[in-house]
Design a protein. Structure first.
Length: 134
């Protein structure tokens, strides 16, 4: 693990959340993107070397919508940058962690991603990410 790459925060509506985080972080949202495979819209903010990613469901029955229904808006996951996502997935699986996907998937912000099941990480959804082409 190289560093915390971003913290993902589930929000109900970008219309209110983006301006709130722009004020809070004193920086503009630099990018929005839809990740259809995950049924989410994403919005990114750079804060020093790390990022904040807002997650808005694009479907009423999407993963983020279900998360908000169950737990409310708030921290959804923490993402760690890795140098070699395949090697890190293999290492973590050998250590007994449960991967939520067998192969890296294309995620937001030009990244390969893989999630670890929160039951094995003290209730925290952990995302591994590696720059595509990096």
């Amino acid at each position: 693990m190289l560093k915390i790459e971003h913290i993902g925060i589930a929000v109900s509506r970008f219309e209110t959340a983006i301006p709130l985080y722009e004020k809070l972080l004193n920086t503009p949202c630099y990018k929005t993107e839809t990740v259809a495979s995950e049924q989410v819209n994403t919005a990114f903010f750079q804060t020093g070397d790390s990022k904040i990613e807002l997650l808005e469901s694009i479907r009423e029955d999407g993963v983020i919508a279900k998360f908000i229904e169950k737990k409310g808006e708030g921290i959804h996951h923490i993402a760690f940058e890795v140098g070699d996502i395949l090697a890190e997935m293999e290492r973590l699986q050998k250590e007994g962690f449960v991967l939520l996907n067998k192969e890296p998937k294309k995620g937001a912000d030009n990244k390969w991603v893989c999630f670890l099941h929160p039951k094995g990480t003290n209730g925290v959804l952990v995302e591994l990410c590696q720059e595509i082409g990096g």
